[in-house]
Design a protein around this ligand. Structure first.
Ligand SMILES: NC(=O)c1ccc[n+]([C@@H]2O[C@H](COP(=O)([O-])OP(=O)(O)OC[C@H]3O[C@@H](n4cnc5c(N)ncnc54)[C@H](OP(=O)(O)O)[C@@H]3O)[C@@H](O)[C@H]2O)c1
Length: 338
């Protein structure tokens, strides 16, 4: 029986989520449906089995429609957005191949803002990235990374960080286009996102953890990385959409860990896997974590999931989805019980 949504915050509102079947967007669609929104999810091929999980979400049969949209085809973007109250622009290539990354990300962002302006939507929430924020070799090690920071484009180019370059240029294009056309734009800048998967395939950020469990990474790098849980990222998008006073960028991060700390946490929870114990750089001291602030999202009421819990849930989910073999012991005990 359909749930009565009349008392929920999203009741009567239609929103468009681009790239709806992706890792982050799937959680976003799930939470939006739970809050009573009617959701138009876009993807390049709605018939692809990798998108089928969306139809299983609670409320999907009544309030989710799937739209075939190519972000670089303005007409298709326009049709999906026309008649919507809001837009969550989450779709983006996630690659370091400059040709596949830069133009599609920039043109996609522009097309979404132009279509949102025509449709007179209330607000566009754009999923940018820490990659558009922190790639700056001139930042002092003591500086606190916050929403005022922008990645240095020349540095991204010279170091061939085309993903960071593409995200920074796409976010800038979205701000420029929104200003010119009077669109209310709010941006979420997540760090590396982990947590349970709703989609059947493994996305790029989850591979980051998978490689430490399968034996494919023999050592860990001498580097640091900031992490955040996928459910928190999805909720951050909704909070900035639903809070009228929200504005500007929102850094979405829980904590920064050295890779050595990550493998240590994984090995404590899952000692059965061949998790690396050696750093690839045995000469230099461990890189220090950078400082950051997530106060803007905390002020909107977001309570971040601790990174240890997030790492645990990521691995459990990879096991449940069949991407990671169950450790031998557990397999045997399951066989005995069944
Ligand atoms: N995961 C992270 O750690 C992380 C961190 C910071 C920011 N982000 C950002 O969050 C967003 C979602 O990332 P995710 O991790 O959820 O990635 P994902 O699972 O790979 O989802 C990305 C989605 O974008 C769509 N897409 C990719 N290339 C496209 C193109 N050329 N044209 C149209 N659609 C395209 C894909 O949809 P179809 O193939 O179905 O069309 C895909 O479902 C991206 O903007 C990413 O930059 C991710």
């Amino acid at each position: 029986m359909p749930v009565d949504t009349s008392s929920l915050s999203g009741h009567g509102q239609t929103v468009c989520v681009t790239g709806a079947a992706g890792f982050i967007a799937s959680w976003l669609v799930k939470l939006l449906l739970e809050r009573g929104y009617t959701v138009r999810g876009t993807m390049r091929n709605p018939d692809d089995p990798k998108n089928a999980h969306l139809r299983e979400l609670e409320g999907a049969s009544e309030r989710l429609s799937l739209w075939k949209v190519d972000l670089e085809d303005f007409q298709s973007v326009r049709e999906a957005i026309m008649g919507c109250d809001g837009v969550f622009h989450t779709a983006s290539p996630v690659t370091d191949d400059p040709e596949q990354m830069v133009d599609p990300a920039v043109n996609g962002a522009k097309n979404v803002i132009i279509a949102a302006a025509e449709a007179k939507v209330r607000r566009v929430v754009f999923t940018s990235s820490i990659g558009a924020v922190y790639m700056d070799p001139n930042r002092s090690p003591d500086a606190v990374v916050d929403e005022s920071c922008w990645s240095d484009l020349e540095f991204c180019k010279n170091t061939k960080n085309w993903y960071c370059y593409g995200k920074a240029v796409a976010e800038q294009a979205a701000w420029d286009e929104a200003k010119e056309r009077g669109v209310d734009l709010v941006v979420v800048n997540p760090v590396l996102v982990l947590g349970p998967l709703l989609q059947p395939t493994v996305n790029a950020s989850t591979v980051h953890i998978l490689k430490y469990l399968t034996g494919s990474a023999k050592t860990y790098a001498n580097s640091v990385q900031a992490y955040v849980d996928v459910k928190d990222v999805a909720l951050a998008h909704i909070l900035v959409y639903e809070t009228p006073s929200a504005s500007g960028r929102y850094l979405c991060a829980e904590s920064v860990l050295h890779r050595g700390e990550v493998v240590e946490i994984l090995a404590k929870f899952f000692p059965e896997y061949p998790i690396p114990t050696k750093c690839s750089d045995e000469k230099n001291p461990w890189k220090k974590p950078y400082k950051f602030t997530n106060q803007k999202l905390k002020d909107l009421g977001l309570e971040f999931t601790p990174v240890k819990q997030c790492l645990y849930e990521t691995v459990k989910s990879l096991q449940e989805k069949g991407h990671l073999p169950l450790p031998k012991q557990q397999e045997d005990s399951i066989k005995i019980q069944s």
